[in-house]
Design a protein around this ligand. Structure first.
Ligand code: SD4
Length: 331
C-alpha cells in the first residue's frame, strides 16, 4: 500500500502528465492521445440502417436545426421502417409474442429522456423526448410510459408485423430461450452526432432481443449504458447484448475515458476489453460501441467481426466495418 504522502505525490505527478484514474488498489495515468481536429457536422450511427438515419440527421444539421432534433428525427426513420425487425413496432416480439420497446436520448446540454418496456407505440424515441421536455423525470416504463404517451396524443397499435408473426410462429416450435445475438445482422440504432457549433446529441432505440423474457429491458434506454452524451467531452452509444453493456456502464465508461484524454477509438477498445476481462462468455456475444469527441474524432469497436456503422461527414455518408477484438473465424 502506498503511504498517503506517496499517493498524493503520485497524484500531482499524474495530474501534470495525463489524466488520473484512482482505484482502491492504485492510482495510474491514462496517457492522452493527440487529437486530430475535424470541423463540420458529423453523424455516426450503428449498422446499415444508420445510412438513412444519418441522411435525415445531416439534412437537419445542414439546415441549422438543434442537435437533439437531428438525432431524434434520424432514428425515427428507422423506427418507421416496416421491414426493420429489431427497431420499432415491426420488431420481433418477446417470448409472450409482444413487442416491447426501449429508447432514450440526450441533448446538447446533457438533458436526458427515456422509455422502456413500452408497448404499441410507433415512435418510442418521441415519447422519450417528451419525458425529457415535459416531465421532471428521466425514465418512464411499461404501462406508465404508455399512459403518458396516450395522454400526449400517441395512438396505441396492437399486433405483430407479418415478418415478426412468421418468426414468432417458427420460434414457438422450440421455444428455446437463449438470446441469439445477431452477430452479422443489424439491430438497435444508436446515433450520436456533433454539429458544426460543437454541440453533441444522441438517440438510441430498439425492440431489444428477440424472444426475450417479458419485462426484460436492455441497455438501450439506460442512460450511461446504451447512450451517453456529455457536452464537455463527447458522446458514445452501444449495440449488441444489452446485459453485457449494462454491467460495465459502457457508454459512460467511454465518455469518461475520453474525458481523461483517450481518443474515441482507444476508449471504445478499452470498453470492449473491459467486457472481455469481466465477462467470461464474451466470445459468445456481440457488443459494438461508437464514440465521437469534441475534436470530431470518431471511434468504433466490437467484440466480433461484422459490426458495421454509418459515418456521415464532409458530404459523404458511408457504411464502414468496425475493427473487432476477435478475428473473423465466425464468418
Ligand atoms: C438490447 N442492445 O436490447 C439492445 C439490442 C439487442 O441484439 O438486443 N441487440 O440489448
Amino acid at each position: 500500500m502506498p503511504s498517503r504522502r506517496t499517493f498524493i505525490k503520485n497524484i500531482s505527478i499524474a495530474a501534470t502528465s495525463g489524466s488520473l484514474i484512482a482505484t482502491s488498489a492504485k492510482a495510474f495515468t491514462v496517457p492522452a492521445d493527440k487529437p486530430n481536429v475535424t470541423t463540420g457536422n458529423i453523424v455516426l450511427s450503428t449498422w446499415s440502417h444508420g445510412i438513412p438515419a444519418n441522411e435525415k440527421a445531416m439534412e437537419l444539421l445542414n439546415a441549422k436545426a438543434r442537435a437533439i432534433d437531428a438525432a431524434q428525427q434520424g432514428v425515427m426513420v428507422v423506427e418507421a421502417d416496416p421491414k426493420n425487425t429489431s427497431v420499432g413496432l415491426s420488431g420481433y416480439p418477446d417470448r409472450d409474442g409482444i413487442v416491447t420497446l426501449d429508447a432514450c436520448l440526450m441533448d446538447e446540454l446533457g438533458n436526458a429522456g427515456s422509455v422502456c418496456f413500452l408497448e404499441g407505440i410507433d415512435h418510442p424515441i418521441s415519447v422519450a423526448r417528451l419525458v425529457m421536455d415535459k416531465t421532471p423525470h428521466v425514465m418512464l416504463s411499461g404501462s406508465g410510459a404508455l399512459q403518458f404517451a396516450i395522454q400526449n396524443g400517441f395512438k396505441q397499435k396492437k399486433g405483430l408485423s407479418p415478418d415478426a408473426k412468421r418468426a414468432y410462429t417458427e420460434w414457438l416450435k422450440t421455444s428455446a430461450y437463449k438470446p441469439v445475438i445477431n452477430i452479422e445482422n443489424h439491430d438497435t440504432i444508436g446515433l450520436i452526432l456533433r454539429d458544426e457549433r460543437g454541440n453533441f446529441s444522441g438517440a438510441c432505440t430498439t425492440s431489444g432481443l428477440a424472444f426475450k423474457m417479458h419485462g426484460r429491458v436492455g441497455d438501450s434506454p439506460i442512460i450511461g449504458a446504451g447512450l451517453f452524451v456529455d457536452p464537455e467531452v463527447g458522446a458514445a452509444t452501444a449495440t449488441g447484448l444489452g446485459e453485457a453493456v449494462i454491467k460495465i456502464c459502457g457508454s459512460h465508461l467511454i465518455v469518461e475515458l475520453m474525458r481523461m484524454g483517450q481518443s474515441p477509438q482507444r476508449a471504445c477498445e478499452e470498453a470492449v476489453k473491459r467486457i472481455s476481462v469481466k465477462q467470461k462468455n464474451f466470445k459468445d456475444m456481440q457488443v459494438g460501441f461508437l464514440a465521437i469527441n469534441k475534436a470530431g474524432e470518431i471511434g468504433a469497436f466490437a467484440i466480433q467481426p461484422g459490426f458495421q456503422y454509418a459515418l456521415a461527414m464532409n458530404g459523404k455518408n458511408e457504411l464502414k466495418d468496425a475493427a473487432s477484438l476477435l478475428k473473423a473465424e465466425r464468418k
